[in-house]
Design a protein around this ligand. Structure first.
Ligand SMILES: CC(C)(COP(=O)(O)OP(=O)(O)OC[C@H]1O[C@@H](n2cnc3c(N)ncnc32)[C@H](O)[C@@H]1OP(=O)(O)O)[C@@H](O)C(=O)NCCC(=O)NCCS
Length: 200
């Protein structure tokens, strides 16, 4: 899918019960490095080979450029009470002609099992449909063996579309690469109610 234009941040920022979503900032580098070291994240997600704080800082410093180039919009869920990082949700693989994008997510190990991923996905998906991007379709691709993430897609209201074989060149973690197929889920906005995208 092609990203074709600058991706504006949600304005006002998205909020959910107990957290708000904001872009990554440099001070998050140590948390991001620890997330990259987490075995569950490494198992299912694409993690750079260098996972130290300096690498995390470089990745964070590239996030505004990825937005400028229309490649990715990654947001961090930050707890309302003490500012700790709960998880990340992001859009990528934009196809603005078809008005579609992919969504991905993770929850920090200490925060799992209390609805963070579901709330993040619901919040960003609603904005993707109803905000300036006015996307018709938000897709989620989950390895069939990643039961927790399948449950997140279902709990966030995505419909199961079907499955496809995993590319041998998949850039996920080892478990993802050895999974046999990806399950494809979609959140589809009705054309009858969809609005015209706002150019930014
Ligand atoms: C998958 C992940 C994001 C779930 O985050 P979470 O904040 O714990 O998810 P939620 O609390 O919103 O749970 C959503 C649903 O998943 C279910 N779930 C959570 N963990 C589960 C598990 N290990 N096995 C089965 N179901 C699970 C919950 O019971 C809930 O279902 P319900 O709504 O029917 O009660 C988290 O485990 C994670 O970050 N994993 C590693 C990274 C990853 O897999 N990313 C996604 C790649 S596609």
């Amino acid at each position: 899918m092609n990203g074709q234009r600058r991706l504006a941040l949600p304005d006002p920022p998205l909020v959910a019960d107990g957290f708000s979503l904001r872009p990554w900032i440099t001070n998050d580098r140590d948390v991001l490095a620890s997330v990259w070291a987490d075995s569950e994240i490494r198992r299912w997600a694409s993690v750079p080979s260098n996972t130290d704080s300096a690498a995390a800082e470089r990745w964070i410093s590239g996030s505004s450029q990825r937005r400028e180039q229309g490649l990715a919009l990654d947001l961090v869920a930050v707890a309302t009470d003490d500012g700790r990082i709960l998880g990340e949700v992001g859009l990528s693989a934009f196809d603005l002609e078809r008005r579609a994008a992919k969504i991905g997510w993770w929850t920090a190990a200490a925060e799992r099992g209390r609805g963070v991923a579901t709330a993040m996905v619901r919040s960003l998906t609603a904005w993707a449909h109803d905000g300036p991007l006015a996307l018709f379709v938000v897709l989620a691709e989950v390895a069939d063996t990643n039961r927790a993430s399948v449950a997140v897609a279902e709990s966030a209201g995505f419909d199961f579309l079907g499955s496809r074989p995993l590319n041998s060149g998949s850039d996920g973690g080892p478990e993802l690469v050895s999974s046999t197929k990806q399950l494809v889920f979609a959140s589809v906005r009705s054309r009858a109610t969809a609005r015209t995208p706002t150019l930014v």
